[in-house]
Design a protein around this ligand. Structure first.
Ligand code: C5P
Length: 431
């Protein structure tokens, strides 16, 4: 079977698409378990095998688990006509090579494209994660180390191999990490990719501009609470009130806080984003649920409330679906939701640093300053959402504090996150 659709597993919504390249090493068998874990996370997986990989696992096993055709032949006219190598390389959200042999790494470092897998890797505009696995001496060989360094410089993500006993009875570094570790790294790279819009192999500019080195800006020992995404307020069992928040900025902030060493609790409204590495995530649907969960996380040192919480909910949620009955519909009566930011500001366990976001479409700074005073926040991050910020990869914000207003240039959401975490660490350190 060759088809253009990524195979949906039992009709569930797939959030991310992974193109898994399996190259030929003894660890190839672990790719089967990796596919199973990815599918359990509702990710769609499409597999490509090198010729030598087929000596270790069969296309049939991978095909059954991915519920898709397994690709392998560069010169298969049918495959190429129905879904070419360029399409394969561009349709995924992330390309993962597991295991990545010394051979495929060397080809990648040299830009060689002599089979389907390496051609995809040269043609892609998507992030690439390579998970090397090989004999310890091959790993420590100067050529392999030179290639790894080159690939890192090129922006390829490398998951370091583990140390242990090898299939060849030697001991050392070169083992493919366990599938659960690879999954965690995939989730981390996906979050990073979602908050940057540039392909690392083509240009690195917006990815690195303004992104501070977090090593000096440590939040170790601090508990950070982040809210993110929209809330859904039910009208009846099938309809709800919502907004356009994607959750990307809040997730990027949670990821940056975790990278800075903080303990991070992320309370997320309904969004299709993977959980950043090192973050404890609690999913909620409504504003009232979000407030209840937020209160259970207290005390926290820092709260960053990025969620676009619905201001109102339906006053009378219908138990059954509201039917069209030929008459004008009954007016939708609304009542106000609790304000989580204002509630925390007055709370007996008020976070030491309380930060709100203000998404405005006009008079951005005036409204943000007024919001800071009215809600009792320490800082407000104000942004103009009259353009396509919601769902987009970049943001242009202003930081409103008691000391005044800082205008930050437009940057990626991950760069905004990194800079905010840097400012928080500076404030805690009295800088
Ligand atoms: O009033 P507005 O919705 O513009 O305020 C935005 C800020 O207040 C954000 O930090 C948001 O997370 C927070 N907020 C809240 N609870 C609400 C409404 C907004 O915590 N019900």
């Amino acid at each position: 079977m060759v088809c253009n659709e990524w195979s949906p597993s039992s009709g569930r919504t797939m959030t991310q698409r992974i193109l898994l390249i399996v190259s030929g090493g003894i660890a190839a068998y672990k790719s089967l378990e990796l596919v199973r874990l990815l599918k359990a996370k509702d990710m769609a997986v499409r597999a490509v095998m090198t010729e030598s990989a087929k000596e270790f696992v069969t296309p049939m096993s991978l095909g059954v688990l991915t519920e898709d055709h397994v690709y392998g032949d560069m010169f298969d006219l049918k495959e190429e006509r129905e879904i070419g190598h360029i399409q394969l390389s561009r349709e995924a959200d992330l390309i993962v090579i597991a295991p990545a042999t010394a051979n495929i790494l060397a080809k990648m470092a040299g830009g060689i494209a002599d089979d389907l897998a390496t051609t995809i890797l040269l043609a892609t505009d998507k992030p690439v994660l390579a998970c090397p696995a090989m004999n310890v001496r091959m790993w420590h060989h100067k050529a392999t180390q030179r290639n790894i360094l080159k690939l890192k410089e090129d922006g390829i993500h490398i998951l370091e191999p583990g140390v242990g006993a090898m299939a060849c009875n030697e001991w050392g570094k070169g083992r493919l990490p366990e599938p659960a570790e690879i999954l965690a790294e995939i989730e981390r790279v996906l979050v990073e990719a979602q908050t940057t819009d540039e392909h690392p192999l083509l240009t690195d500019t917006t990815r690195t501009i303004n992104a501070p080195d977090l090593s000096e800006h440590n939040l170790f020992g601090h508990h950070v609470l982040v809210t993110a995404g929209p809330t859904h307020e039910p009208i009846d069992p099938v309809r709800y009130i919502a907004n356009r928040s994607s959750g990307k900025q809040g997730f990027a902030i949670a990821a940056a806080a975790a990278r800075a060493g903080a303990k991070v609790t992320l309370v997320a409204g309904p969004v299709m984003l993977p959980t950043p590495a090192g973050v404890t995530r609690i999913d909620v649907e409504t504003a009232r649920e979000m407030l209840a969960v937020v209160e259970t996380t207290l005390p926290v040192d820092i709260a960053i409330l990025v969620a676009a919480v619905a201001d109102w909910r339906a006053a009378d949620e219908a138990v059954q679906k509201i039917k069209k009955d030929g008459h004008a519909p009954a007016p939708l009566r609304l009542e106000e939701n609790p304000d989580i930011l204002a509630t925390l500001a007055r709370h007996g366990q008020r976070p030491g640093l309380l930060i709100g976001f203000a998404a405005e479409t006009e008079a951005v700074l005036d409204h943000a300053a007024a919001k800071r005073a009215r809600k009792g926040a320490d800082w407000i991050v104000a942004n103009d959402v009259s353009g396509d910020v919601m769902g987009g990869a970049t943001n242009e914000v202003h930081l409103v504090t008691a000391a005044g207003i800082e205008d930050w240039p437009e940057m990626t959401k991950s760069a905004v996150a990194a800079r905010l975490i840097e400012r928080i660490a500076d404030a805690l350190a009295g800088r």
